[in-house]
Write a protein that binds this ligand. Structure first.
Ligand code: SME
Length: 158
């Protein structure tokens, strides 16, 4: 596909519905995981202009920073620590409307106000998380959860 992304304005659903086929096209035929994670976060960042969007991969007993877009971030997160580690431990998507109210939240950037973390499940195990941070409160809701969960299913983590 052409490497230019078509960016739309409109409501969240319209934005995701336009973006998802483009992410599919970017991933199509490309087996390299890092390349695919990199383009997925770049596409999300370009469409939504969130503060930070990126992946952490489960390696041994930690989450390790993987392709992302945004300010520099903490490299390693232990299971149960912060929103990412909690999402890993609970194996479920966590939506945090105000990060200050989340016990143990890891503030990689003081600009972050709200966050969503989506675990990537394969064979009933969490193998990665997708983390998104916003500079505004209450940015993320069930619509983001639904579409971000769809997007991570497009990626082959083999
Ligand atoms: N806030 C996350 C840490 C990762 S950064 O936001 C990129 C957390 O509490 O797990």
């Amino acid at each position: 596909m052409a490497e230019d992304l078509t960016i739309v304005k409109g409501n969240k659903t319209e934005q995701y519905e336009t973006l998802i086929p483009q992410i599919k096209a970017l991933l199509d035929g490309e087996p390299d995981l890092i390349a695919n994670l990199a383009n997925t976060v770049a596409a999300l960042k370009e469409q939504f202009s969130w503060l930070w969007v990126g992946f952490y991969l489960v390696k041994n007993d930690e989450l390790v920073l993987a392709p992302f877009q945004g300010p520099v971030a903490c490299t390693r997160i232990r299971k149960g620590r912060g929103v990412c580690g909690a999402s890993w431990a609970q194996a479920k998507t966590l939506i945090v409307t105000d990060v200050e109210k989340f016990p143990g939240h890891i503030a990689c950037s003081s600009l972050s106000k709200s966050e969503i973390v989506v675990p990537v499940m394969r064979n009933n195990e969490v193998i990665a998380v997708l983390d998104v941070d916003s500079e505004s409160y209450s940015t993320f809701d069930e619509t983001d959860q639904r579409y971000l969960e769809q997007i991570i299913e497009l990626i082959s983590f083999n």
